[in-house]
Structure formats: structure tokens, C-alpha cells
Design a protein around this ligand. Structure first.
Ligand SMILES: Cc1ncc(COP(=O)(O)O)c(C=O)c1O
Length: 510
């Protein structure tokens, strides 16, 4: 999100060359124009400005889907005017989607399909408990609220204080967990990382658990290096602690990316409702669920895990309608698109795509290994991405590589790891369905070119530096003005830049 800023003198109007065929005056940028303009002009002005955006297909920073089949694009456009919340008016959309509570909408297909994928313990005719959301962030807020309320109810029943809830996570959690903690007043207890270990250590997490812990959140696919956290070990350790203490601390799995990967290519991995302490799971439909931005899911193990008090029932849009979302209105297109992908691809289709992504990630990783200039920080088993950092930082850093890759059209983010590994900087390439093997090989070539360029630049700066040093030495009689060399200036800029990045909490890569 970009926070609004005030205009400077130079950017108060929009000038558009082509649109001047339709409008002769420039348009105010931050105030509504006095008069209407022709629709062709409005289109042209906006279209021209949008050309300056990066190419979504080359945006390797994001996990979010950037390509869908034209048939699905058509379904999306055809349903763009349907409000998701009008369940009574759009009963077919409702059935396809999303909200499935207490058997009211036993046929809600997406929730049920995903719950089965996550091995929810459902009887033959039993409906799953879950809801469609805007993305994993909203799903996590809802899951967190359910844990908080359940914990409060338990503490009240025991006659104990219930005003200091906490949640245990790794320091590698996505920013939405920090948002949940701050917005809903829950203390966030983070397990720190260390060099070489970039996910939550389950033993340390269990150590942090106390009577006020509403849940431990594990990530299936760390945003930072794609690694799956060991939910099975966490479950076993927590079971032991619960047994000793008499507490009942549950687990939430943030499977934003991994929820649509693990069931298809790591079916033996136990991370979901097969583990008794896993009470809820979120997944982003718009990541490896293969739908454009705007859809996520949260599934609860049983109806006892979602306190009824959080569900609102309204009847002013038709029949009784249960709702448990942070927002009310939103588009239906993404739900329909998710349903399209689930029936179009089936298990086989998802498995093929995920295998392909994994293979392309390996091609990229091996290409980078051949260059022999990087340490690879991602694992082969996990979210298909490659996270890597320079072996030698003495001459340039990952931020400069990221910057130069932009010249080739590639958007590859560089960021620092969270505490206590904040001295490690990483470049990360997310492999999505539309990132082919050819693109992976092309990227390796372009990275090599960038390294070459930085090496040459460095060599030139070193030569210049030597001559500048001589120049300074030549000046005598006490009037030496110490000039900064180009290298020193560059180093200063890099240090300031890195400091700026470090001061921000940088795990906002999505
Ligand atoms: C592990 C994890 N959790 C949550 C989120 C937030 O997901 P969303 O963008 O769907 O809200 C992300 C986004 O990258 C993520 O990687």
C-alpha cells in the first residue's frame, strides 16, 4: 500500500500526449476535474501511465498468480459485478464458494475440497468448517481471533486472568502476524533465528509457551526462504508439554504458500489435520492455488474450534446468512476462479504444475551454483523458490545486484533476514507456474552479466582510487583537502541504504 502524499509543484497535473487528441487541458492529479472527459481519453490516460509498471510475469518477488487461462479470465469478467456477500441473490456462487458453518451450506464446494486436501477429520456427509477471505492475512486474523476467544473462554471458566494473551511464532513470520498481534492486542513472542537456521526452532517455540499462549503458529513455507517448518516435531513436543502442564495449547499452520504445494508433491509430509494439535490452517488461493490476487481460505478442524460468538447472522439480504469475515462486500470473481482451477486441474493438474515449479527451481539453483558466487539459502523441498546470498560482500552487495537486474526487466527483491540473522542479506526468486525453464536459464545468464558489470565497475573504481590517492599525496604545504574517492562515496551510500533497510522491518515481501 502507498500512503497518500501531498503534491509538489511539478506533479499536480497529468499530461498525456495521445489523450491530447481528446482533451486539450491537463488534468489535476489530486483533485477531481471540474468537467467530464471522453471515455477514450480516460482510458488512454490511465493506460499510458500503467505502461510504466513492471511486467507482472517478470516480477519474481511475488508468490501471487500472474497468469490464468483465457476461459477463466472470461468467467472472472462475467462475474465481476457480483457481490460475494449477496448469498441469497447469487446462490450458485455461494454454493461454489466459501462459507461453510455448522452444515448450513453443506455443499459449499471450495471449502470442502480444501478441507479434504488438508485431511480434516470429516465424516462422509459432514460439512467442513471454513470461509473464503481476501487472502491469507484476513484468514490469519480470523483464525487468531478464534484462538483468542477460545483461550479467553477457557481462562474465564477456570476463574483465571484473561487479559494478557500471547502467541508464539518464529521471527520469520510474515507481517500479517505482527498486524494480528498489534490490531487484536496479543503479545507476539518470537523465536529468534540464527545464521544458517532461518525457520522457527520447534523446541525453542515450545519453551516460550506459557499458560497465556493462545496458539503456536508454524509456517508451511517461510516467506523468506520457502522452507517448511517442522510441524510434526512441534506437535509432538507440544503434546508432551500440554500433558505435563495440563494446558491445551493448539497449533495454527500458516500454509499461505505450502497449502497448495505439500498435498500434491509431499503427500507423506505430516503437517495438517493429521496432527491432533493443528486446529486451523490458512492458505492463499492467489498463491499456489493459482488464482489472481484476492482470495484466501481458512479451515477449522471441527466446529468446536470456531467459537459460535464470532459468527454473525444477518437476514437483510434474504435468508439467514452466517458471516465471519472482516469485510462485508467483495467481488465474487476470485471464488469462481478458484472453483474453476480446482475442477479444471484436479489433483493431477496441480501435481504436474507443482512438480514443474520444483524442477524449474532446481534448474535455477544449479545455474547459480555453477557461477560459484552465491550461497543457496533455500531448500529443494519447500516452496519452489531460490533464496541466495553473495559469498563475498567485499566489493558489492545483493541490493546492487537487484538494482541492476531491473535493467533486464527482472524484479528480484533483496532483503535482510529478521533477528538474530539480520546481518544476512538475501536475493529471492519465486518460481510460479508461468516461470518456465527457458526463463530460469535466461535469468542465470542475466545474473552473470550483472556480476560481470559490477566486477568491471569495481576494477575501474579501484584504478581511479589509486590515482586519486596519488593526487592527494601530491598536494603539499598543508592545504590538503581530503576528497572522497568514488569507492568511498559508493560504500557510504550502500551503508546508508542498508541501515535504512535494517531499520525497517523488512519481512514485508509477499
Ligand atoms: C507465510 C505467509 N503468510 C501470510 C502471507 C500473507 O498472505 P496474503 O498476501 O495472502 O495476505 C504471506 C504472503 O506472502 C506468506 O508468505
Amino acid at each position: 500500500m502507498v500512503l497518500s502524499r501531498t503534491a509538489t509543484e511539478s506533479d499536480v497535473s497529468i499530461h498525456s500526449t495521445f489523450a491530447s487528441r481528446y482533451v486539450r487541458t491537463s488534468l489535476p492529479r489530486f483533485k477531481m476535474g471540474e468537467n467530464s472527459i471522453p471515455k477514450e481519453a480516460a482510458f488512454q490516460i490511465i493506460n499510458d501511465e500503467l505502461m510504466l509498471d513492471g511486467n507482472p510475469r517478470l516480477n519474481l518477488a511475488s508468490f501471487v498468480t500472474t497468469w490464468m487461462e483465457p476461459e477463466c479470465d472470461k468467467l472472472i469478467m462475467d462475474s465481476i459485478n457480483k457481490n460475494y456477500v449477496d448469498m441469497d441473490e447469487y446462490p450458485v456462487t455461494t454454493e461454489l464458494q466459501a462459507i461453510s458453518f455448522f452444515g448450513n451450506h453443506a455443499q459449499n464446494r471450495c471449502v470442502n475440497m480444501i478441507a479434504h486436501l488438508f485431511n480434516a477429520p470429516l465424516g462422509d456427509s459432514e460439512a467442513a468448517i471454513g470461509v473464503g477471505t481476501v487472502g491469507s492475512s484476513e484468514a490469519i486474523m480470523l483464525a487468531g481471533l478464534a484462538f483468542k476467544r477460545k483461550w479467553q473462554n477457557n481462562m474465564k471458566a477456570l476463574g483465571k486472568p484473561h487479559d494478557k494473551p500471547n502467541i508464539v511464532t518464529g521471527a520469520n513470520v510474515q507481517v500479517c502476524w505482527e498486524k494480528f498481534a498489534r490490531y487484536f492486542e496479543v503479545e507476539l513472542k518470537e523465536v529468534k533465528l540464527s545464521e544458517g537456521y532461518y525457520v522457527m526452532d520447534p523446541a525453542k517455540a515450545v519453551d516460550l509457551v506459557d499458560e497465556n499462549t493462545i496458539c503456536v503458529a508454524a509456517i508451511l513455507g517461510s516467506t523468506l526462504n520457502g522452507e517448511f517448518e517442522d510441524v510434526k516435531v512441534l506437535n509432538d513436543l507440544l503434546l508432551e508439554k500440554n500433558k505435563k502442564t495440563g494446558w491445551d495449547t493448539p497449533i495454527h499452520v500458516d500454509a499461505a504458500s505450502g497449502g497448495f504445494i505439500a498435498p500434491f508433491i509431499y503427500p507423506e509430509l505430516e503437517w495438517d489435520f493429521r496432527l491432533p494439535l493443528v486446529k486451523s490452517i490458512n492458505v492463499s488461493g492467489h498463491k499456489y492455488g493459482l488464482v489472481y490476487a484476492g482470495i484466501g481460505w481458512v479451515i477449522w478442524r471441527t466446529k468446536e474450534d470456531l467459537p459460535e460468538v464470532l459468527i454473525f447472522h444477518i437476514n437483510y439480504l434474504g435468508a439467514d446468512q452466517p458471516t465471519f469475515t472482516l469485510n462485508f462486500s467483495k467481488g465474487s470473481s476470485q471464488v469462481i476462479a478458484q472453483y474453476y482451477q480446482l475442477i479444471r486441474l484436479g489433483f493431477e493438474g496441480y501435481r504436474n504444475i507443482m512438480e514443474n515449479c520444483r524442477e524449474n527451481a532446481i534448474v535455477l539453483k544449479e545455474g547459480l551454483e555453477k557461477i560459484d558466487r552465491f550461497n543457496i539459502l533455500s531448500k529443494d523441498n519447500g516452496v519452489p523458490l531460490v533464496a541466495f546470498s553473495l559469498k563475498d560482500h567485499s566489493r558489492y552487495n545483493e541490493f546492487e545486484i537487484s538494482d541492476l537486474l531491473r535493467r533486464f526487466g527482472w524484479i528480484v527483491p533483496a532483503y535482510t533476514m529478521p533477528p538474530d540473522a539480520q546481518h544476512i542479506t538475501v536475493l529471492r526468486v519465486v518460481i510460479r507456474e508461468d516461470f518456465s525453464r527457458t526463463l530460469a536459464e535466461r535469468l542465470v545468464i542475466d545474473i552473470e552479466k550483472v556480476l560481470h558489470e559490477l566486477d568491471n565497475l569495481q576494477a575501474k573504481i579501484t584504478v581511479k582510487k589509486t590515482s586519486e590517492e596519488k593526487e592527494v599525496q601530491n598536494v603539499s604545504n598543508g592545504r590538503i583537502v581530503v576528497k572522497k574517492t568514488a569507492l568511498e562515496t559508493q560504500e557510504e551510500i550502500t551503508t546508508a541504504w542498508k541501515k535504512f533497510v535494517l531499520e525497517k522491518k523488512t519481512n514485508i515481501v509477499c
